[in-house]
Design a protein around this ligand. Sequence first.
Ligand code: GLN
Length: 182
Amino acid sequence: MSPTIAVLALQGAFIEHEQRLQSLGCAAIELRQAADLERSFDGVVLPGGESTVQAKLLHDLGMFEPLRQRIAEGLPALGTCAGLILLADHFRTLPVTVRRNAYGRQLGSFHAEGCWENTNEAIPLTFIRAPRIEALGPGVEPLVTLNDAPVAVRHLNQIGAAFHPELDSDNCLYEAFLERVA
Ligand code: GLN
């Protein structure tokens, strides 16, 4: 059976994630209000956007604590850019230290080639005012590095990426996430 993935759809780049998940054979549903959390889904994607806005909306809509709890209990989660900041700083379910907007305003957006740690293969990366992953807590594994610094990490069922995998054609990160879902 194909997995159903919920995409947080309050703000930011959620449509691109939905399209990619569908192209990978998943059903995608949107989380827009607390009632959507009652639907059945096998994993969640937290998109890029503005983490402060997303966190405020999650609180205002009464979605913050139920979603945090599901992730803390092991619901597979993929957080990209602002989504990584949600996992690390707001939910505090992913034990990494991140610094927001660490790549500066002028040079805030850029493409680069990273290294997929498992295979040493090159992977295209798109950064948009991205957070820097500054320190990894216990049990956090780097998945992708850029100049030897981690830009995507995994901790149990959570994957956090500083870049935007939905904007490049490479599927490695989605596949790693869907492996946790299976
Ligand atoms: N700068 C944003 C934040 O701090 C993240 C940017 C992004 O998601 N592309 O939340």
